[in-house]
Design a protein around this ligand. Sequence first.
Ligand code: NAP
Length: 522
Amino acid sequence: MPTLATVRIISAFSTPRHRIFSSLHKVIMDNVTPPKPGARAASSFVHDKAFVNGEWVPASSGKTFDVVNPANGKVIGSVPDMDASDTEMAIKVAYKAFQSWKETTAKERSVLLKKWADLVNQNREELAKLLTSEMGKPVAESAGEIMYGAGFLDLFAEEAKRVEGDIIQTPMKSRRILVLKQPIGVSGMITPWNFPNAMITRKAGAAIAAGCTVVLKPAEDTPYSALALCELAKEAGIPAGVLNVVTSSRDNASQVGKMICESPLVTKMSFTGSTFVGKLLLQQCASTVKKVSLELGGNAPFIVFESADVDAAVQGTMGAKFRCSGQTCVCANRIYVHESIFDEYVRKFAAVVEKDLKVGDGILPGTTQGPLINKKAVEKIDAHVQDAVSKGAKVVCGGKSMGGNFYEPTILTGVTGDMRCAKEEIFGPIAGIIKFKTEDEVVGLANATTSGLSGYFYSRDISQIWRVAERLESGLVGVNEGVISMPEVPFGGWKESGLGREGGRYGIEEYLEIKYVCMGGL
Ligand code: NAP
């Protein structure tokens, strides 16, 4: 399956002198699909400083770390490696800014958020190239993410104006009862690499709309998309100190996170990432009893019932499984297919995978499958395949590393519940298929996990559609749809997949405190 382009990239990856390619990399980022006349070059969004108090700042230690393109191993540039003391400084800045930001009107905040959204949309193509260069997903998918990300800013620009309190019927004639909703305060945020733009706007858009200020740590792999958002927030007129981004290497992530979780000046913590780290941060937040939102890992069932339109189910699986090379929290993880249509489904699915998926550098036109994020991810995926095969699974297609960070899109049949790919979040391009007989059996299997983020099923039986939608234990359910994330909806998980909701009108509630006011002596 490797294309000529892939082979070329892999050979560049293997050179020990990656650094010498960084200027060449900029040329690739900007010239593979040149900016439209009048548009900025993608490389002009590459910042080598973090963003605190409206200024571009280095780490107090002066240390930096390199950011690497996962498609070819080339260094794009470096950013400050900030630590706990830098984070504490940013928190103080955000706390000071909160004192004036909370006094702004919803309308004022709305206007600035709308401008920010417009700027992100206007620079969509160049931001997409930047995102692809640090994260790897195909540039068309990156452009989709930028629109999705801007969609949150646009949505929260509106929701800011709809935060409303209550007047409750009083049980005493001399009293009146009011309920106010007020911004919670400085909001600490930690975000992952797989959606380097949208996971930021989904949190920061809601917080800023509510009147909160932000200190955010992006993932080590993808700081540039976060810093580009800061640049555009500043250009939109969002005041200094309202949005602060502290960049850190993986080595410093735990001390930056601990400072965010344990600082008494931070009253809200929102995290998107692995369940393991989420649990750790939840413990750390206990010391200051912070309000916590967690968007954690999934283990999504994808069920194809006997009444399903098999072709539609195959197309749905393609989106639910292979988007972002399988590296999304809502990716199909366990594919259950009814025994009566199993062979037809597998045959059609394998044909579409072979025909439609093209592995390569995401910046090149035509690529549908970019690299995995790093070598560790490739090793994990390969270990999942080896584990499954050793326990009796059959490889229908793929099943091998392609060198560098690339892995073949893989279909396995004969998958059983004891295999790692059925028990753990795969986070890569493996589609493991399991045969089932009855609805009760498959719903039981689907729910037999500590995760509960998303679930999908294909059926044309309306009674079954209602039943199964209600019986699945997950925060999101796709019925005859494989890709269901939108800014307008409440996104979040049940069980160990998280706490709270992001997006839609529910998302802004996470950044509000409720205050009951009793007016007496009337
Ligand atoms: P991760 O290892 O948990 O990292 C996420 C973020 O946490 C990164 O910024 C990371 O920094 C930071 N971090 C790591 N260890 C930390 C610590 N001890 N203290 C404070 N911060 C720490 O997860 P990931 O591998 O990047 O992302 C993949 C996971 O995220 C998957 O499980 C996926 O399902 C989940 N996810 C969930 C959603 C959702 O909405 N539910 C969305 C996207 C992803 P470094 O990068 O510097 O290590």
